[in-house]
Design a protein around this ligand. Sequence first.
Ligand SMILES: Cc1ncc(C[n+]2csc(CCOP(=O)(O)OP(=O)(O)O)c2C)c(N)n1
Ligand SMILES: [Mg+2]
Length: 655
Amino acid sequence: MTVEKQQLANAIRALSMDAVQAANSGHPGMPMGMADVATVLFTEFLKFDPKAPKWADRDRFVLSAGHGSMLAYATLHLAGYARPTMEDIKNFRQLHSPCAGHPENIELEGVESTTGPLGQGLAMAVGMAMAERHLNAEFGNDLVDHRTWVIAGDGCLMEGINHEAIGLAGHLGLGRLIVLWDDNRITIDGRTDLSTSEDIPARYRATGWHTEACDGHDFADIRRAIEAALADGRPSLIACRTMIGKGSPNKQDSSGIHGSPLGADEVAATREALGWTAEPFVIPADILDGWRSASARGASVHADWQARLSANAKGAEFNRRMAGDLPATPTFTAYLDSLVANPPKVATRKSSEMALEALTADIPDLVGGSADLTGSNNTKTKATAPFSRNDYAGRYVYYGIREFGMAAAMNGMALHGGIVPYGGTFLVFSDYCRNAIRLSAIQEQRVVYVMTHDSIGLGEDGPTHQPIEHVMSLRAIPNLAVFRPADAVETAESWALALARRDGPSVLALSRQNLPAVRFDVSENLSAKGGYRLKAAGAARKVVLIATGSEVEVALKTAEALEAKGVGADVVSMPCTELFDAQSAAYKADLLPRDALIVSIEAGVTLGWQRYTGLDGLNIGIDRFGASAPAEALYDYFGLTADKIVPKVLEKLSN
Ligand SMILES: Cc1ncc(C[n+]2csc(CCOP(=O)(O)OP(=O)(O)O)c2C)c(N)n1
Ligand SMILES: [Mg+2]
């Protein structure tokens, strides 16, 4: 029996070393080291049905140590998923192979999340485990009753985000989360004692986790540790003592096997040592049978679940939630109409709250939160009660001061499905979670970042808190829609657009200071075009002022002053450059005609605005750090008032 299990595990080792050898690049050490643990997990514990990779109640498995991607590809193939095929694996790391260097959720159905940036996989798994408990509270054990498993390396546990993630998981008591730590005491630079002397299990226990340890090459011991983890109500860390590159006689237990092909001689020596006689990319029939029969156990569990789903009164709603089709939003529509009747002068963070009051009432999928800035981000609504270990049905997460952990958890919730997460912090701290925002975009996940205090307009907190480069630098991330709405109508429109973006994240950059209404018509979502003509020139048009967010008010005042001097000026509100860029050439040319002086006005870096204004346009912005003072004084000091802008425009026109 043990021999057989060993052969199942050796199939992972062989595929991993052969694929890395063929690609002449990749990471064989981790999959070879964790092959035994992964084999026990996949063949005995993991709940999945390879014929239905998206089965809603499957266990989620996250390979947080994403460099060991061959472990994922080998196990998926061996377990009988349609992809990756052996052909795919032969093309490991080649253009258009779904077997990318690091696992990508958009490439393979069995890959639950894109990993590689160390630490984030585990942090996303925390979000998946939160989603599971939340949906369980809503839909019951019959429909939602699964676990989240993680394989993480030394690097995942060393990263700062690990502290945020496990703190959240321990506090929330996410007992269905089990982390298998590849405790091989090796990283790229060498042995871990070069850089750490931390007692990791003690740290986990201190944050409310249960910990176990096992010999990661002893099947019985791995099984015992997993069973102990399953029996404990807390989230569990299992330290699996392993040898990196296990099986390679001359390279195992050394950093040399972390990220380099073994080389032809060592591949041959490893075959010899493992007793693996099959050719590269050939799995002997009895071994493949062993894998396939072990993973066949999921089919009946899946069928039983399907029967429960069909009989369940909430089945249709559950299917809708998991499909991500949002319901109708009558409360929100009524709210939009009310804005026309009573245009409010409020901060856009307040407008966001007003929109959210309606949206959270209409859409049960929305689960909000904030990284300890609830009262500032205005993210909590009446419809959303706190999510806690005592009430997983709650829809509002107090993330604590864990911006990166929050963003990664939101990715995990979105990946799990059934939830549309949104979360707030100050825009300036988008840097703290930037790589997770990037992963939302890469993974094509609908996550909404509510980022308030979006400029010097926040005032006295000063340069550390005043975003300068943030809006523009976020715009640089592909597949991220950055909205900077100007008033309550644009904020509501931005929310609607963010929720309609099924395949990508959005950032809402929102003001702390009050802003007047600039839009009085809601018959069409004008923000959907990214930019639109808010006011047409009265006198013959000489100038087009493009502005975003709080500076739209400034642009309108500037236009008024110019018109008073007989200079015709359009005002273009540009809440989302990503959406504007997607418009037709004719639309763009009509809005930004070449015969006018084009002026950008935004309280942030001017870098990037030249693509709309041309080099002979005018860019009003702030290319330095801000200062601590009341907002109005800062707008004047940094030249973002009509009084300061008009002379610059006139001077430019006279040149
Ligand atoms: C955030 C981040 N920093 C650095 C890297 C580059 N990197 C990839 S693997 C690795 C070492 C990880 O060590 P460990 O988790 O112990 O993996 P093992 O060598 O045991 O496979 C590093 C530094 C990364 N992928 N992500
Ligand atoms: Mg390691």
